[in-house]
Design a protein around this ligand. Structure first.
Ligand code: ZN
Length: 211
């Protein structure tokens, strides 16, 4: 059995980008860990609360994830402007890559992680925190010598069987689904779709091996 760690920028990325793969890996008996760089909150913890981390834990439980960790950074936001740091912590994009990678590498070593799932150089869609996940993930893998892009995981994962779980995990992110942004509107549509239709849309996940 292998230990797999999915490194993500924000709560809800774990479902949207890797939910089916994580559910499948857990179902097949592997130890699955999710680490988020940020808690998805732009404000201080005192002001922004812990709702999104709680939603992440609920979603992780649906997917069969054994452990959830937060590297301790604040969300950097995706608008044009990068706001100043909240008083209690740094925005992820401003963090030293070396320091953030050391935090992640500590977990990779402690868990003897076999496979690290991270993002491509564009971070999937260019969000500054996602691009940073790519840099930090690559560096942490080098520090911990953990990256063994796997035999167990192929590059194109059919997760249609896990579509129901992925959909329930997405539904656990209440605050995102009830928001008024465009992504929230999309998420609302997704959680209401009949499971087979959801599976056809989000029933495949892709990975590119990092060499
Ligand atoms: Zn994200």
């Amino acid at each position: 059995m292998a230990t797999l760690l999915a490194f993500h920028a924000h709560p809800d990325d774990e479902v949207l980008l890797t939910g089916g793969t994580l559910a499948r890996a857990a179902d097949e008996g592997h130890r699955v860990i999710v680490v988020v760089a940020t808690d998805g909150v732009m404000k201080s913890v005192a002001e922004g609360g812990t709702t999104r981390m709680n939603e992440l834990r609920a979603a992780a439980a649906v997917l069969g994830v054994a452990r959830v960790e937060h590297l301790g950074y604040a969300d950097s936001g995706h608008g044009k402007d990068l706001y100043p740091d909240p008083p209690d912590r740094m925005r992820f994009v401003r963090a030293s890559t070396e320091e953030a990678a050391a935090r992640l590498a500590a977990i990779l070593r402690e868990e003897q992680v076999d496979l690290l799932l991270s993002y491509d150089p564009n971070g999937g869609y260019g969000h500054r925190d996602h691009v940073k996940v790519h840099e930090v993930g690559r560096r942490a893998a080098a520090l911990a010598k953990a990256y063994s892009p796997g035999k167990a995981i192929t590059h194109r994962i059919d997760v249609r069987r896990y579509a129901g779980q992925k959909q329930r995990a997405l539904a656990a992110h209440h605050s995102q689904i009830s928001g008024d942004g465009r992504l929230s509107a999309v998420a609302r549509v997704l959680v209401r779709l009949p499971a087979p239709v959801f599976g056809r849309l989000l029933g495949r996940e892709w990975y590119v091996e990092a060499k």
